[in-house]
Design a protein. Structure first.
Lengths: 657, 182
């Protein structure tokens, strides 16, 4: 019999993690949806699927062929503007003098459901499709891609092309129109207009092409104002009538106001934002003229939660929407309690790859800077190195002032490799950074704070079993080590004072996690990650002679911190109902228990990598960044005194949501 | 999930589909993240799955089963994403390990062990564990969602549970064959 009993710690661990999708995902999905046709399982009328078997479809097709001669079907080739006179009142496109007719057709009445191809739409065109019908029932005009038949899985076997847009028309209700644009058609393929008619209906359809439409503009990048945050930047999309466009999604958490910035060119638009849950059409919030190419126009919207906005056009318009937030004047989080020993002034910088948050441990406001695809390194001395792609396709590694939330120097421009981490050595005014190429060759380098003296610390071969780099807690060395798939493991040790590098071949000593480097010792969880619990231990390896000292036997978590009497190792021993917190010297001496924490009290399980001043306090915290996408179910940050066991909760920082 | 939204989206209404994404998106991403344990992989799987959901939505017979059906697509995208990234190990290894240096190096308590043990499971075992314990699905529902026999779902859950119990130091949680205990 299987034992499926789970430990509550498993469930706690499983519950931890993000609860919200990244902010860019919605736009990415809807952009994909805009380009992706649905795979049709069968005919569909009035929004309800009608399941049709293959024999039924074959019969229907035969009937369509059989009745084709009953009605008159006329498909006209495009007319030249030069010979197109004024439209007659009975012209389907009479209300659209700006168009020229490019397709026309009539059909019916037929004895059964009738499907007629009106013609192929011109590419790169803004179009008005008009249809009228008489009789009992309705007709549906569709824009379809004849090359995409769906579905791959389904009952009908995929005989029918997929509508990109469709408009059902109740006969006798007058001329109905559908605007459609063939700019940015997926794959540039030819799209067709079809009319699906109920039995007994007689219909006529016409397609008009707008004579003059602007080409796709290159709108200038939106530049948020001082102190503003760019929440989302949409795509430049062709908007035809009320047709669907991706628009822009935003999450205004912590914002005093959110402003939509519309850049548009063409006919006037209406900006629509999401309404109530069942109001999927949205609520109009502004009408904008788009006569001036790309001139940013601001629309302030209420900040009542995450939402979206899109645009509809009176005719045809190129539109890009972006969302910019102004941080709330009043902090949205409580003030921090009084913090000892200057801890409140400790600065941090964290990123979520879209935004970078700059703040302090004692502050309840953070400065958020939008920086796409950014990698934020380990801070030191009030500075942090941030890597992000630049226009050339290369990666810029910049030194940022955390207090100013602004770059102060360019450290390096890296081509053909990504920066995966960096470490600021404030003591020696230098930065270490790691890169990896698409072929998996890793490098660790050193550069001065002014960008000079960029030198190699260590380079791996291709094909690695493990690789890791770390700046010592006391900033005395930078250590990088790796094991190739074939060959010996190596370690490069950079002396941060002299700049000397020595590379040593080492035994594959089976480290699972590198806890820290301090005092010439490499503190690790050993041996490899697959080791049984009984073999696990915390070890200290001498960087000079490779001798290994066991600090703590058994499975435990560990972290190195700059204790009041020099660097020490904090060890957590997990138990069923409580965990024991110990401190031990890096030479294995002075081991003592500092706290027992009941699991019921909601122990915060993370030691923050944020470096604190040497002293009795460590920070237990998950992500500190208050960025729009950083919604984690981590407990509220806590400062723990490793001498007294005292804890200070920090409600001014994210956590506990 | 509002049935009318599903029906409208089945009819090609992209606004309705956008509404569906808003309703289920966070849950879908959270599910992918817990299976894959990697935000980038989870985001790719989630986005890919939602576009597939859109494309195949007309083939969904019962709109009331939309979310379970979408979960099935998502889990299969997670399988694919997991294997795709496994094949790219030489390109990602250093970055992964670089990130791990700061993450697991500072994580404490038994979460380290749970994370390591969970990452050691196949993605199929992870999916069963997450659907059962995070999404709250009964084993029969897990089996239905994944399109596998109930016995297989049970054996995968047993294996995953044992692996995580061992990670927490439970010596009674003995290793078992991956598909061997039902």
């Amino acid at each position: 019999m299987s034992d499926l009993t789970v430990d509550p710690r498993m469930l706690d661990w499983l519950a931890d993690g993000p609860t919200r999708a990244p902010s860019g995902s919605f736009d990415a999905i809807m952009a994909g949806v805009a380009a992706a046709p649905q795979e049709r399982a069968g005919l569909r009328l009035a929004g309800r699927p009608i399941r049709v078997t293959i024999p039924q479809l074959a019969l229907a097709a035969a009937l369509v062929v059989a009745v084709a001669g009953v009605g008159v079907v006329l498909v006209r080739q495009p007319l030249l503007d030069a010979i197109a006179g004024p439209r007659a009142p009975d012209d389907l496109l009479y209300a659209f003098p700006e168009t020229r007719t490019v397709l026309e057709a009539t059909g019916g009445p037929s004895e059964s459901a009738d499907r007629t191809t009106v013609g192929t739409l011109p590419n790169e065109a803004a179009l008005v499709i008009a249809v009228d019908c008489v009789g009992r029932g309705e007709v549906t005009v569709q824009v379809v891609d004849p090359s995409v038949l769906g579905p791959a899985e389904g009952e009908s076997g995929g005989e029918e092309p997929t509508p990109y847009a469709e408009l059902p028309v109740r006969c006798g209700a007058g001329v109905a129109t559908l605007r459609y644009a063939t700019f940015d058609a997926p794959g540039g393929q030819a799209l067709e207009v079809r009319v699906v008619a109920d039995p007994g209906t007689t219909w006529r359809a016409a397609v008009g092409q707008v004579r003059s439409v602007p080409g796709k503009p290159a709108f200038d990048a939106v530049q948020p104002g001082e102190g503003e945050l760019l929440l989302s930047e949409g795509l430049t999309s062709p908007v035809a009538g009320a047709g669907w466009t991706p628009g822009v999604a935003f999450d205004p958490a912590g914002a005093a106001s959110v402003t939509l910035v519309a850049q548009c060119l063409g006919d006037p638009i209406t900006v629509v934002r999401d309404g109530a849950e069942d109001d999927i059409a949205g609520v109009p919030v502004a009408r904008l003229s788009c006569a001036e190419a790309g001139e940013p126009q601001a629309v302030e919207i209420a900040v009542d939660g995450p939402g979206w906005a899109r645009a509809t056009s009176d005719g045809f318009t190129w539109v890009r929407l972006s969302a910019v937030a102004t941080p709330a004047d009043a902090p949205t989080r409580p003030q921090a309690p009084p913090l000892p020993g200057g801890l409140g002034d400790v600065l941090f910088a964290e990123g979520d790859r879209e935004n970078v948050a700059f703040g302090s441990l004692g502050g309840n406001r953070q400065t958020i800077v939008r920086l796409d695809a950014s990698v934020v390194g380990k801070a030191g001395g009030g500075f942090v190195a941030i890597a992000h792609p630049i226009d050339s396709g290369a990666t810029a590694l910049e030194l940022w002032s955390i207090a100013d939330a602004a770059p102060v120097a360019t450290l390096a421009i890296i081509d053909g490799a990504e920066v995966f981490d960096s470490w600021v050595d404030a003591t020696h005014e230098q930065v270490f950074y790691g890169t990896v190429t698409p072929l998996g060759v890793g490098e660790w380098r050193r550069v001065a704070l002014d960008g000079s003296g960029d030198t190699l610390v260590g380079r791996t071969p291709m094909g690695l079993r493990e690789a890791i780099g770390m700046l010592a807690v006391d900033e005395a060395q930078f250590v990088a080590q790796w094991c190739p798939l074939i060959g010996s493991c190596e370690r490069a040790i950079y002396d941060t004072t002299t700049g000397d590098v020595r590379t040593v071949t080492r035994a594959d000593d089976g480290i699972c996690n590198l806890v820290g480097v301090v005092g010439g010792q490499l503190i690790a969880q050993s041996p490899g990650c697959d080791a049984p619990a009984g073999e696990q231990r915390i070890t200290a390896e001498d960087l000079d002679d490779g001798s290994i000292t066991t600090l703590v036997e058994g499975p435990a978590g560990a972290a190195v911190f700059p204790g009041p009497e020099g660097p020490q190792v904090l060890v957590f021993h997990p138990g069923d109902t409580q965990s024991v917190v110990e401190v031990v010297g890096i030479d294995g001496t002075g081991r003592r228990e500092v706290a027992r924490i009941d699991h019921e009290s909601g122990l915060n399980p993370y030691v923050s990598p944020l470096r604190l001043p040497a002293g009795d306090w460590i920070l237990l915290a998950g992500p500190l960044a208050d960025t729009p996408t950083q919604h984690m179910l981590t407990p509220i940050p806590v400062l723990l005194n490793v001498v007294t066991g005292e804890q200070i909760a920090l409600p001014n920082l994210p956590g506990g949501e | 999930v509002d049935r009318s939204l599903v029906e409208l989206a089945q009819g090609g209404d992209r606004d309705a589909f956008a509404g569906l994404v808003r309703v289920v998106g966070d849950r879908m991403y959270a599910l992918a993240h817990r299976i894959l344990r990697d935000p980038d992989a989870a985001q790719d799987a989630y986005q890919d799955a939602m576009i597939t959901v859109w494309r195949q939505l007309p083939s969904l017979r019962d709109p009331d089963r939309f979310e379970a059906w979408a979960h099935r697509i998502l889990v299969h995208r997670c399988y694919r994403e997991s294997r795709r990234r496994t094949r790219l190990v030489t390109g990602a290894r250093v970055e992964d390990i670089g990130a791990a240096a700061t993450d697991t190096g500072h994580r404490i308590h038994d979460r380290d062990e749970l994370e390591r043990a969970f990452r050691g499971l196949s993605v199929e075992h992870r999916a069963v564990f997450v659907l059962h314990h995070h999404q709250g699905l009964a084993l029969t529902e897990v089996a239905d969602t994944l399109g596998i026999p109930a016995g297989t779902a049970r054996s995968r859950l047993h294996y995953a549970t044992q692996a995580l119990r061992r990670a927490l130091g439970d010596r009674d949680a003995l290793p078992v064959a991956r598909e061997g205990v039902a």
